[in-house]
Design a binder for this molecule. Structure first.
Ligand SMILES: NC(=O)c1ccc[n+]([C@@H]2O[C@H](COP(=O)([O-])OP(=O)(O)OC[C@H]3O[C@@H](n4cnc5c(N)ncnc54)[C@H](OP(=O)(O)O)[C@@H]3O)[C@@H](O)[C@H]2O)c1
Length: 336
């Protein structure tokens, strides 16, 4: 079978499009013919080797995927799962890890998966839309709805709003009735942010985020007024302290990652003086993923797809992600 493989850390030049042996499902697993797979912010980090996670070489990128069942392990209940069933698996396998991080990713024509991780795709959901959802959209849903409890009328400032998690945060916060202030690093991304629900946009390559927030909403005051209600920040690094300074008294800072550095400078004065809440959010549930698929077929959510192109073009797609030239999700598809 064809696969995108890397055997050591480095840049996209380490990626090979080659034939490798097809896997055989264990008793409790199914074999899935992959139809679409999407990339996430962690894929370049795993390829580059900049995380503390141990990479299982030979490795493939791609944590999210959709496909069709083509074989059942001997103990899989064939009353529930059948050949040809369309599935979008939950990519974290209990006790083994996350696909694309500590398990090989799905940039492969065939993938095995425990039957317990399978989620059935609604009939009208496309393989491409399904593959865009699990990690980024699941994480965004948990952060905006479950952990963040974003309410109608709240001012929500979203950093790195142009990525996979970010675009979905914009969509979900806007759907909840929030006034969304979305940050992107290039002019071409700003109009797209408005199209998916942002009320205000900030071009971080040209403008000082905090200055814009103060101009629009006023400087936060100890006794209330000014600033935004919520900041969504998975960038970390030098964006952390400005995020604290953008929040109103008793504002909330939601965090699920740290693309630009997990040990940023801190300013505790803002945390206590303004009684801020720092709220962590991690992962998502099977119910989140199911609900997201339903929202898409009901027409209430449209995954933001940057591009959908053949698996062999994974290196170009990963390079674009590294160069911050992506808006939404990059998807790779299989040609039968
Ligand atoms: N805890 C969890 O369960 C969980 C799950 C999924 C993701 N995450 C984390 O969430 C974050 C976003 O993931 P994603 O898949 O949405 O990534 P992504 O698609 O790469 O998007 C991240 C966005 O951040 C901005 N960005 C990229 N590099 C940056 C840098 N060095 N400094 C500042 N901004 C930068 C880019 O927007 P601009 O260029 O427009 O600024 C980019 O669109 C990552 O840190 C990831 O690890 C956590």
């Amino acid at each position: 079978m064809k696969a995108i493989i890397f055997r050591s850390h480095g840049g996209v030049e380490n990626l090979r499009y080659e034939d490798i042996p097809a896997p055989t499902p264990a008793a409790d697993e199914v074999l899935i013919r992959v139809k679409a797979v999407s990339l996430n912010g962690f894929d370049p980090m795993i390829l580059n080797g900049t995380t503390s996670l141990k990479t299982p070489f030979p490795m493939s990128p791609g944590g999210d995927f959709s496909g069709e069942i083509v074989a059942l392990g001997s103990s899989v209940n064939n009353g529930i799962w059948k050949l040809g069933d369309r599935v979008c698996p939950y990519p974290y396998i209990e006790g083994r890890g996350m696909m694309g991080e500590t398990l090989p990713g799905a940039c492969r024509e065939l993938v095995t998966m425990p039957a317990g991780n399978l989620l059935r795709m609604p009939e009208k959901l496309s393989f491409i839309d399904a593959a865009a959802l699990p990690i980024a959209y699941g994480t965004a849903r948990r952060m905006i709805e479950t952990r963040g409890a974003i309410r109608s009328g709240e001012k929500v400032l979203i950093l790195g709003a142009t990525g996979g998690v970010g675009t979905c945060c914009v969509q979900l916060a806007a759907a909840a009735g929030a006034e969304v202030i979305a940050c992107g690093s290039a002019e071409w991304k700003l109009g797209k942010l408005q199209q998916i629900g942002a009320t205000h946009v900030i071009d971080t390559s040209q403008e000082d985020m905090l200055k814009v927030v103060y101009q629009k909403f006023g400087k936060p005051r100890y006794m209330g007024g000014g600033g935004v209600d919520v900041v969504v920040n998975y960038i970390g690094g030098n964006t952390w302290v400005p995020s604290l300074k953008a929040l109103r008294h008793q504002g909330r800072l939601l965090v699920c990652g740290a693309t630009a550095g997990y040990a940023p400078a801190e300013d505790l004065r803002y945390v206590w003086s303004f009684e801020l809440q720092i709220i962590g959010s991690d992962g998502w549930t099977y119910e989140d993923q199911t609900e997201l698929m339903n929202l898409v077929v009901q027409g209430k959510l449209k995954p933001v797809i940057h591009s959908a192109r053949p698996l062999s073009e994974t290196p170009q797609a990963l390079q674009e992600l590294m160069d911050r030239k992506v808006f939404g999700k990059s998807v790779l598809t299989m040609t039968d």
